[in-house]
Design a binder for this molecule. Structure first.
Ligand SMILES: [Zn+2]
Length: 1037
């Protein structure tokens, strides 16, 4: 589905995946498009005025540039007003959400219902963005990434829709992007050449060499191989295909790699002309820019020339309701062996899936979401108790929960890491659990906890509220549901409360209806097959053989020439002057100041940031871990994962969780490494505590923290065992989607002391350590060590804190923080401690690690040690990374090499990294990385490219920060407003000469800087032949 991002075709449960870091912004970022409908509530409003000038100008029935205003509605709880319009001539639909938010969003989308698994809508999504009539340069979408200050740009294909969204705070940028996006979808070039690049093609392995073998290449072809390299993705895809088998959902909308090569260019253009018609279009805009400008632009430039003829499409693409089954079904699928799974005999997955209500039934959808929270979330939920805690498997499978993205919605409970012999047992447990819930119902506190979280999420402000709305509303809108009704979350809550008042058994009756008396039920099972990978390869080989057998000499000649043709096209310098652009001079010169105050209680420093937080208080703390020995340090991530989940002397873990749900947004701990901005050998290592709550619950929040600090009980080995197994399984599931992050971490750890510590906390070495811990027969000794960590850390000896709150709650919340800090044991000795790393040996050869995994794609990384944040070369290196990403790596590694993504970045550790993502190549990619130096010094770029690279850097720097997170860069990284301003000024003045200087100094072979390499991917015999590199091969088995 996605072009840069990675949303998987099943379009499910993406939000549950854990993401390790933010190394990539647009490429495969953690901003996954698809969330649950009910998490509309996650995105929140500022407590600002709805009544702004101009807002009242539109009323129902009014005509506006070919559109008719059909509905105007206020949603006070989200501080917004919605406008629904329809285009008279074509029937195109429009939703505008007016809200006092500067991060404006836009999207144009279509209902796209595939009728095979060739990945048609997905490949069309890619090709659409390869050039249009108005913007005929190659790949304007990627080009715009660097000519804009977009806070988000992407395109996504779901199971039955395709959307093209962006967000930006700049009005000129908004117009520029809207124009490029609309031209792309309504007037795309869809050249055959682009189809071959993005979709699939037959081509010589070495394009220039007629004698090299002909193979299948293509961006989406490789992307989808990468997607299905992850077992849980195979499972999710199959669940969707099998439980909704009679219409469009039985196909793989992203494309099955084996079916993709059946697609022709003509299929693509036919599909486009049918589906990308205004009468099948949905336009969305959000924010504080006026709707009138958007509507007039869309009508005058695109819609007014279309006639009513096209309005047939909307009906043609309707997805009918699934015909309900008379009896349950069963299905088994195979997957690959997974070396990262703790228990070799327990690599199977089983799930029970049930088809629930129609997505347009808003109240049902809401209540099913509540039920899902009650049934599968946290240690008090019924299925957690019966399925996860007995340790039959390694926790819920990612399909678990309620999913409202399809016409008929789905509830599923699955267990991963089980033995195939236990399939029946698990299904029996499922049935017994449902029976128990139906007869006993739910605890009142648990229901209140879920409703409290809905209230808290409505108030908690996030920076991408508009996009959140879009992603959550799109599936409902796609099936013509009532959007306004869906946004009235308070109505849904009070309706549920009423239902419960009239019938105390209301929720359990719903469970009976949807989970018990429901024959549309699928039991899906999956087990590894040793030959899976081999079979897949063979099928691909046979497909290729079949294709080759039918080729005439003439065809072969054509393939050779087409390959050359595409290569030339990819190498051609593109004239981008037709594209609009922002300039660095359009950007603000001075940063937005974030005033923070310093205070202290019992010598513990507290940073106070007063913000309009909408009735929520945010509390964070850092505990230093430098006093721990290495063995204990290695367990810090596990300590973070379990310490708030084990219970205290006052409350067992279930009671504790229930209180946390009722009073807070969660108590979280995460490992923390912050580099010194002046010295690369210095870093702060610790644990960050983070939490937030409604102001009225501040007392409870600090009492809970106090209880964790002073009365945590770390003795229940069985509970610990469950938590360890779930953590290990979840880490294992994320490897393929985060492969580039793991590769960079592995390489960086070879040359940077703080990166080494990060690798131990979150890299592949952490993943394999957790797998080993999960395999231990007796976990008591490990738990004993966790206890030692808690005794060392949970006091005020090395504590420092930060709080973000509103002015009106400041005094009351501060008094609660004061008593919390005073209550903590020990006395504050040194709140800020830095670790000084020993100098590591310089060696002549380049250290390199190859993590061997049985996956069909590679993740390649190269790292170079450079300078800290305050150094004068930091700014030019940052610009250089952007320049290389778009002008050098993208054309060579994605366009020519067929990898899904690639890039360069500079971390706060001063590590300059190159990487590739889902890459069919390995050594060729390493050669491209090495060639960066010559490319820069060969002056193969223009001044406009430098300008664009700077814009790319500012995109990240100027991304909006929600009130609850302001001042965090100061608290966590020690970077104050003055340093940020200096860095901004340095970036503004970076010149071509500066880029040459840093390139010569850090990227050359003879520069004397230290560099390192890593490869995550299948076994690779070529590596040893590479000169000057010392490869350490780590086989995960
Ligand atoms: Zn894609």
């Amino acid at each position: 589905m996605l072009r840069l991002n990675q949303i998987l075709p099943p379009a499910r449960k993406i939000s549950r995946k854990h993401y390790l870091g933010k190394v990539l912004s647009l490429y495969a970022s953690n901003r996954c498009g698809i969330r649950k409908l009910s998490s509309v509530a996650q995105c929140v409003p500022a407590d600002r005025e709805l009544q702004r000038p101009g807002i009242h100008k539109l009323c129902e029935g009014q005509e506006l540039d070919g559109f008719i205003v059909q509905q105007v509605a206020d949603i006070p709880e989200l501080h917004l007003r919605t406008y629904r319009l329809v285009h008279k001539a074509t029937g195109a639909q429009y939703l505008h959400v007016d809200r006092d938010d500067t991060n404006n969003a836009f999207s144009v989308g279509f209902r796209t219902t595939p009728s095979n698994s060739t990945g048609l809508p997905h490949i069309l999504e890619h090709t659409t963005l390869c050039g249009s009539v108005g913007y005929p340069c190659r790949d304007p979408f990627f080009k715009m990434l660097n000519r804009s200050m977009a806070t988000f740009m992407n395109a996504m294909t779901g199971p039955d829709y395709t959307i093209y969204p962006f967000a930006t705070q700049n009005p000129k940028d908004y117009c520029n992007l809207m124009s490029v996006y609309l031209d792309a979808v309504f007037r795309p070039q869809l050249r055959e050449l682009d189809f071959r690049q993005e979709g699939w093609r037959l081509e010589h392995e070495d394009v220039e060499d007629r004698n090299s073998p002909i193979i299948i290449k293509g961006v989406v072809f490789n992307e989808m191989k990468g997607v299905f390299a992850e077992n849980q993705n195979i499972f999710q895809q199959n669940l969707l295909n099998e439980i909704l088998p009679s219409h469009t959902y039985k196909y793989v909308s992203g494309g099955d790699p084996i079916s993709i090569p059946k697609l022709s260019h003509k299929d693509l253009t036919d599909f486009q002309s049918k589906y990308y018609s205004p009468s099948n279009a949905r336009f969305f805009s959000y924010g504080n820019f006026p709707i009138t400008d958007h509507v007039s632009f869309i009508n005058n430039n695109y819609l007014k020339d279309y006639g009513a003829l096209t309005s047939i499409t909307a009906r043609e693409t309707l997805v009918p309701p699934e015909k309900r089954w008379k009896s349950p079904r069963q299905k088994h699928v195979a997957c690959r062996l997974d070396p990262m799974v703790a228990d070799k005999d327990k690599q199977s997955t089983v799930a029970v899936g049930l088809l629930c209500s129609d997505i347009t039934n808003i109240q049902d959808t809401f209540e099913l979401h509540v039920l899902s929270e009650l049934l599968v979330k946290g240690p008090n939920s019924a299925f957690y108790k019966t399925m996860v805690e007995p340790n039959i498997g390694a926790g819920f499978a990612p399909v678990t929960g309620y999913d409202a993205h399809t016409k008929d919605t789905i509830f599923a409970v699955g267990l991963q890491g089980v033995s195939a012999a236990d399939f029946e047992k698990v299904v029996k447990i499922f049935d017994n659990t449902v029976d128990t819930v139906v007869s006993k119902g739910f605890d009142e506190n648990q229901v209140e906890g879920v409703l409290h979280n809905i209230e808290l999420n409505m108030k908690h402000q996030v920076s991408d509220f508009g996009l959140g709305l879009l992603f959550n509303l799109t599936p409902l809108w796609n099936h013509d549901g009532d959007l306004v009704k869906a946004l009235r979350i308070e109505n849904q809550v009070s309706q549920l409360r009423q239902n419960l008042k009239h019938n105390p058994h209301y929720l359990q009756d719903k469970v009976k209806l949807f989970l018990d008396d429901n024959d549309h039920r699928l039991v899906l099972t999956m087990s590894p097959d040793e030959c899976y990978e081999e079979n897949l390869k063979r099928t691909e080989q046979e497909l290729l053989k079949e294709k080759l057998a039918s080729l005439t000499e003439e065809d072969k000649n054509k393939i050779y020439l087409q390959g050359i043709d595409l290569k030339r096209e990819q190498e051609r310098t593109v004239d981008t002057s037709c594209l609009p652009t922002l300039r660095v001079t359009d950007l603000k010169q001075i940063i937005d100041q974030t005033p923070v105050k310093s205070s202290s209680f019992a010598s513990v420093p507290v940073q106070i940031c007063v913000q309009p937080t909408n009735g929520i208080s945010y509390f964070r703390g850092i505990l230093n871990v430098s006093n721990l020995n290495d063995e204990l340090k290695a367990l810090v991530p596990l300590f973070c994962h379990v310490v708030t989940k084990m219970g205290t002397r006052k409350h067992d873990y279930r009671e504790l969780d229930s209180l946390v749900q009722l009073k807070t947004g969660g108590l979280n701990l995460t490992p923390h490494i912050a580099e010194d901005m002046h010295d690369l050998s210095l870093y702060e290592e610790g644990v960050v505590l983070s939490s937030h709550c409604l102001d009225r619950n501040a007392k409870d929040l600090f009492e809970l923290w106090s209880e964790i600090f002073q009365e945590v009980t770390l003795s229940d080995v069985k509970r610990f065992d469950t938590l360890v197994k779930v953590l290990a399984a979840n880490l294992g599931n994320g490897i393929v989607s985060m492969g580039h992050v793991y590769a960079i971490s592995a390489a960086a750890s070879l040359i940077s002391p703080s990166a080494l510590q990060k690798e131990l906390y979150s890299g592949l070495s952490h993943v394999s350590r957790m797998r080993d811990v999960a395999q231990m027969m007796d976990l008591a000794p490990v738990l004993e060590k966790i206890k030692t960590i808690s005794e060392c850390l949970l006091n005020k000896r090395h504590l420092r804190c930060a709080v973000n709150l509103s002015a009106d709650s400041e005094s009351s919340v501060m008094s609660k923080i004061e008593s919390f800090i005073n209550s903590l044991p020990a006395s504050c000795e040194k709140p800020f401690v830095q670790t000084r790393a020993k100098d590591t040996n310089m060696s002549v050869t380049i250290p390199a690690t190859h993590h061997v995994l049985p996956i069909p794609v590679n993740y390649v990384a190269k790292c170079v040690a450079t300078v800290p944040y305050s150094h004068e070369h930091f700014a030019p290196l940052r610009v250089l990374a952007r320049l290389l990403t778009s002008k050098y790596l993208h054309p060579l590694i994605r366009e020519k090499g067929g990898a899904y993504g690639s890039g360069a970045s500079l971390s706060m550790t001063g590590v300059f990294s190159f990487f590739s993502y889902r890459d069919p190549g390995s050594c060729s990619t390493l050669n491209v990385f090495d060639g960066a130096h010559d490319w820069v010094l060969g002056n193969k770029f223009m001044d406009q490219d430098v300008e664009e690279a700077k814009l790319g850097v500012f995109q990240r720097l100027d991304a909006p920060i929600p009130p609850g997170s302001r001042g965090m860069i100061h608290f966590l990284d020690g970077i104050d407003d003055e340093s940020l301003q200096l860095h901004r000024e340095a970036l503004m003045t970076v010149s071509r000469d500066d880029l040459h200087t840093v390139c010569r100094q850090y990227l050359g072979w003879d520069s004397g800087t230290r560099s390192s390499l890593a490869l995550v991917g299948p076994q690779n015999k070529q590596l040893v032949t590479r000169e000057g590199e010392c490869w350490n091969v780590v086989v995960q088995e």
